[in-house]
Design a binder for this molecule. Structure first.
Ligand SMILES: Cc1ncc(COP(=O)(O)O)c(C=O)c1O
Length: 393
């Protein structure tokens, strides 16, 4: 039963009290998401230092890639310096070129748009759906029917005359988007699918790990993610040849030789250092336990917060299992104006809460980029608050 409140009045103190009740009472400061090191981290990192293999050579990178591929169910994982670099290479691997357009959600972290820009391409912003917080495939389809045309095997924007090469869904806070719907759109409009799975390690769409739908996909192991390598990312793919190319491109395109410096392409120094991969191996061993704990916390929040009128707790879509990377609440539309008050109240108490990112097209570098009407993304952005979600809560 919902807790009774006067109509149209949102009891902010009740929300704060309820969030607080789910958190450890003894802690004075509760971050949004802090890393947890409870396994072999010291041991593996020490091994790197003791042996001197801290940088671009060492056994942990191969081991990390192998274990990551096993966990996510892909044929090949390539460990890189961060998730943004992984995304950039993914886009290059599917053939995104200068002046192409790439469809991305307006509601995403800046890295998605930046990676498109690094390729000389132009982000083209798409609306989100409330159920997943991610890209709205049905709305995208009807929009493309209006503004795009397929000539041969290539999709063009009829307004800008640029090629639309790819679409990059992002699994917001770990909640998978409806990938089947999106695959249909990609087939119809000849678009490459690249998943920004930076936030969705441990999230499954219809029983299969995210990152398996894109031709290539990107994951992040930044310090705020479900598991961390300090800084790091990975490219996931089921295309073995693309996987080899990803490795080659991210390791300065150096040809194997005992001593000669032979390079056959302009490559990148994006390889994950061994010492970071060592941390990653230890973290991966604990991932199932982390996911179970995060699910427990999400359930706790759902039980207590969903009783409050005017507050909706974001839950995994029915077709998915979410890693619940970051828990989120949505205020009812009539209470959108209270978001900042709630942020202030919680942060004043040392409970770190955060709004969602500014919609990318509102940022000065991206205001001129093409976009559809993003009404839902705009609504979500005015109402969403992330609440503490660390593994150890
Ligand atoms: C949606 C999204 N894409 C890309 C990235 C980039 O990852 P990184 O910070 O490892 O570069 C992040 C996270 O940081 C992210 O949340």
């Amino acid at each position: 039963m919902k807790i009774e409140q006067e109509k149209n009045i949102l009891d902010l103190n009740l929300i704060v009290k309820t969030i607080k009740s789910a958190l450890p009472q003894e802690k004075e400061y509760i971050p949004l998401h802090e890393p947890y090191f409870g396994g072999n981290e010291w041991c593996y990192v020490k091994e790197c230092i003791d042996t001197g293999w801290v940088s671009s050579v060492g056994k942990f990178v191969d081991l990390f890639e192998e274990k990551l591929a096993e966990f996510t169910g892909v044929k090949r994982a390539v460990a890189v310096v961060n998730g943004t670099a992984a995304l950039q290479i993914c886009l290059q691997l599917v053939g995104v070129k200068k002046e192409d357009e790439v469809l991305i959600p307006a509601l995403t972290f800046i890295a998605t748009a930046n990676a498109v820009t690094y390729c000389g391409a132009v982000p083209h912003f798409v609306d989100s759906e409330e159920r997943t917080l991610g890209l709205d495939a049905l709305k995208l389809r009807s929009y493309l029917k209006d503004i795009a045309e397929v000539r041969g095997n290539t999709c063009y924007n009829k307004i800008t005359q640029r090629r639309i090469k790819a679409v990059v869904p992002m699994h917001t806070f770990g909640h998978p988007v409806d990938l089947d719907e999106l695959v249909i759109v990609c087939k119809e409009f000849h678009l490459e699918l690249v998943e920004d799975a930076a936030e969705s390690l441990g999230s499954y769409y219809k029983g299969q790990h995210t990152g398996n739908w894109g031709k290539v996909s990107a994951v992040s192991f930044n310090g705020n993610k479900v598991i961390t390598t300090g800084g790091g990312g990975a490219i996931l793919t089921n295309d073995v040849e693309l996987g080899k190319l990803a490795k080659h491109l991210t390791t300065q395109a150096k040809l194997a030789h005992r001593w000669a410096f032979e390079h056959d392409m302009v490559g990148y120094n994006y390889r994950m250092p061994n010492i970071n991969a060592a941390l990653g191996c230890a973290q991966l061993e604990q991932l199932p336990e982390f996911l179970a704990k995060k699910r427990q916390l999400a359930k706790k929040y759902q039980t207590i917060l969903s009783k409050i009128e005017g507050v909706q707790v974001v839950v995994e879509p029915s077709f998915a299992i979410s890693n619940y990377w970051l828990n989120a609440i949505l205020l009812a539309p009539e209470h959108a104006g209270k978001k900042d008050d709630l942020l202030a109240l919680t942060n004043d108490l040392g409970i770190l809460t955060r709004p969602v990112w500014n919609l990318i097209y509102t940022l000065p570098m991206f205001t001129e980029c093409p976009r559809m009407d993003c009404q839902m993304a705009e609504s979500i952005a005015t109402r969403l608050i992330n609440i503490p979600s660390s593994v150890n809560l």
